[in-house]
Design a protein around this ligand. Structure first.
Ligand code: HEM
Length: 81
């Protein structure tokens, strides 16, 4: 069990803009990264993943395959799929 609420994929998909919030999923976790978008070292590319899974993008941009990136992501967790 976990302290985080269960959030559906459909709900995540409604959050794909700065206006409505930017949510992404990664390995079963749901993250509200709205506040992080402006701080992203890779710029607006991060919005390509808005409302869906990070995995296909991080498979292409291996720079994310580092402990410090996952720690950063964990701070934005809001739920689980
Ligand atoms: C770089 C975080 C999503 C593209 C980075 C770096 C961090 C980061 C911390 C710098 C890594 C380093 O140099 O040590 C994140 C987080 C994401 C996310 C937390 C999602 C929540 C994405 C997505 C894309 C992307 C979806 C592409 C579609 C890039 C690129 C760089 C980068 C191209 C390299 C920038 C450069 O060094 O010029 N990201 N990223 N990122 N990210 Fe992301």
């Amino acid at each position: 069990t976990s302290a985080f609420p269960i959030i559906s994929q459909e709900e995540v998909a409604t959050h794909r803009s700065l206006e409505h919030g930017v949510w992404v999923t990664y390995k079963g976790g749901v993250y509200d990264i709205t506040e992080f978008v402006a701080m992203h070292p890779g710029g607006d590319k991060i919005l390509l993943a808005a409302g869906g899974a990070l995995e296909p993008f991080w498979a292409l941009y291996a720079v994310h395959n580092q402990e410090h990136v996952l720690e950063m992501l964990s701070e934005y967790k809001v739920g689980e799929l």
